[in-house]
Design a protein around this ligand. Structure first.
Ligand code: GDP
Ligand code: K
Ligand code: MG
Length: 281
């Protein structure tokens, strides 16, 4: 039978392990805890004639290289190349959770969002047009309640559809960073693209964005390429140009653009309940 490799990626406490346990029939520790070791759990299960290999990855807020978790998740995605990344997001905190999603979009990999804690969103009485959000981000959104195993059949069906390329909405939507940053991305990208072998493995757009963020790991990935100096000089030129223009650190410019993109998408799709419950403290 066909094998599909999937990995669960998301913020801490988004519900990754709960979903993993339901899918894999495992009994991993669920809940709020900070482990000393950074590792992943693997399991195998069958569904509708497919064999699924599933990996539960450590929680991360971002995919920069500041924490061992971030480096671990990034390496895993690059080196183990899962067929599909399941981005588990906490519906009750979309603004923060979708920040990581924008980084997965940059990587140009196949992503499906498990819109977890959906019970909490419904309980608040909020309305989220997740189908529209799926179109805006180019990612299918599937509501789930990980702790109860709800929505997981639909999630698996979507995984199979995306794997078999039957799902039309998934590909080729980028986060738009605005005219000036986009111009810089393209200038760096055109130098990176000269390396055919490298760009089969990594998206040239992703590497260009990472260089603008002054990311050490991306720089390291490019160091063995014959035109590394040309790429690095172009990146330095563009960083200088942007920082002079906006009077802001280039990494902050990318971060702000990502949050702006999410805020814009949420404004179009999310409606808070007008009858907010009051929480007395
Ligand atoms: P992880 O850090 O991403 O692996 O998150 P866990 O699976 O450990 O879940 C964190 C907490 O959220 C646990 O207490 C879960 O029982 C709870 N939880 C997981 N999914 C849901 C959900 O969909 N709804 C609600 N209300 N709680 C959930
Ligand atoms: K919670
Ligand atoms: Mg966990």
């Amino acid at each position: 039978s066909k094998t599909i490799n999937i990995a669960l990626v998301g913020n801490p406490n988004a519900g990754k392990t709960s979903i993993f346990n339901h899918l894999a029939g495992a009994k991993e520790h669920v809940g709020n805890y900070s482990g000393v070791t950074v590792d992943s759990k693997k399991a195998k299960f069958k569904h509708k004639g497919y064999t699924f290999n599933i990996t539960d990855l450590p929680g991360t807020y971002s995919l920069t290289a500041y924490t061992p978790e971030e480096v671990f998740v990034r390496r895993f995605i690059h080196e183990q190349t899962p067929d599909i990344v399941i981005n588990v997001v906490d519906s009750s905190n979309l603004e923060r959770n979708l920040y990581l999603t924008t980084q997965l979009i940059d990587m140009d990999i196949r992503v499906i969002c498990a819109l977890n804690m959906y019970d909490e969103l419904l309980e608040k009485g909020d309305k989220f047009d997740y189908l529209m959000m799926g179109k805006l981000l180019g990612i299918p959104f599937i509501p789930t309640v990980g702790s109860k195993g709800k929505g997981l059949d639909k999630l698996l069906d979507t995984i199979i559809n995306v794997y078999a390329e039957k799902d039309k909405i998934t590909r080729h939507i980028h986060v738009n960073y605005g005219e000036e940053i986009e111009r810089s991305i393209q200038a760096i990208q055109s130098k990176i693209k000269k390396n055919k072998a490298l760009t089969v493995k990594y998206s040239s757009r992703y590497l260009a964005i990472k260089l603008i963020e002054k990311d050490k790991l991306a720089d390291k990935l490019l160091r063995d390429e014959t035109n590394y100096i040309e790429i690095r000089d172009q990146a330095e030129y563009e960083i200088n140009r942007l920082e002079t223009l906006f009077k802001e650190d280039s990494e902050t410019l990318i971060t702000d653009a990502k949050y702006g993109f999410i805020a814009g998408a949420l404004k179009e799709t999310y409606k808070e309940s007008s009858h907010k419950k009051r929480h007395v403290t």
